[in-house]
Ligand binder design. Structure first.
Ligand code: HEM
Length: 230
């Protein structure tokens, strides 16, 4: 009797199953924050808002950031196991998966080093104010930083998922002689958007429709870069 799970293909598969489980946990919360909670907060009164910040945000952010961490860990593990299942980082699979991975790791970085530190300031401030202590003048700026980082991640999530799933499922013929040019172009687009996500402006990402449109637009830009350059 042979067990399908007890070999490297099975291990890769279990990692992928866990990866998608944690990915849903993470991106589900990201979309909840951006599509649902933001609209609620914009129309609610100050006491309800404070309750959300003090009691709901810490719980939601716990699932959010640990979902991100384990998506990241299982993703890195799969980059390793994939080489035993016939995939090569040197081929077209590699270009697609590394494009998705670049966006995914950037999003993981933004969760842990941009959004979470900023949200901690917002949560602590809400608790202090509720206890009658003075408000932290930095809280508004921290909230704005968290929003920009979160919107940037929402935009990145759309092409991230496209290229992650395209890697094994959408064959794209590529001329690997031009791969350096592709990565230079990709790096410029990525760096500009990530720099904006840390220091720039919301622009069209201010609205939910806007950030979704940016995500689909970015997917089209990267896809066309891949087809035209490679
Ligand atoms: C954080 C960094 C991430 C890394 C390093 C990473 C890496 C990977 C790798 C190496 C694979 C295996 C692809 C294959 O077997 O051909 C994969 C698959 C996958 N990833 Fe990620 N990933 C990351 C984030 C995410 C996120 C946030 C999601 C969102 C839900 C996601 C969704 C998926 C899906 C759905 C697959 C299955 C693709 C398929 O077989 O069709 N990944 N990822």
């Amino acid at each position: 009797m042979e067990f399908a799970l007890f070999n490297v293909v099975g291990i890769h598969f279990v990692l992928k199953w866990l990866h998608i489980f944690f990915g849903i946990m993470w991106i589900g919360h990201l979309y909840y924050f951006n599509f649902t909670q933001g609209a609620f907060m914009a129309q609610t009164d100050a006491p309800a808002k404070s309750q959300v910040q003090q009691k709901l945000l810490p719980i939601a952010l716990w699932w959010f950031r640990w979902g991100a961490m384990w998506t990241f860990v299982t993703g890195l593990a799969m980059l390793h196991t994939a080489s035993y299942t016939g995939f090569s980082l040197q081929g077209d699979w590699g270009v697609k998966i590394l494009t998705g991975t670049l966006l995914g790791i950037t999003m993981w970085f933004n969760v842990w080093f941009v959004i979470w530190p900023a949200q901690k300031i917002v949560i602590d401030n809400a608790k202090n104010v509720a206890e009658g202590k003075p408000a932290n003048p930095e809280a508004a700026g921290a909230g704005a930083r968290a929003l920009l980082g979160s919107r940037t991640n929402t935009m990145f999530s759309i092409p991230m998922l496209f290229f992650m799933v395209a890697a094994p499922h959408l064959p794209i013929a590529m001329d690997m002689n031009n791969v350096t040019t592709y990565w230079i172009a990709m790096f410029i687009v990525w760096a500009a958007l990530q720099f904006n996500g840390m220091k720039g402006k919301l622009g069209p990402m201010t609205s939910v429709n806007g950030v979704i449109a940016c995500g689909f637009g970015l997917t089209a830009v990267i896809y066309l870069m891949m087809e035209i350059i490679l």
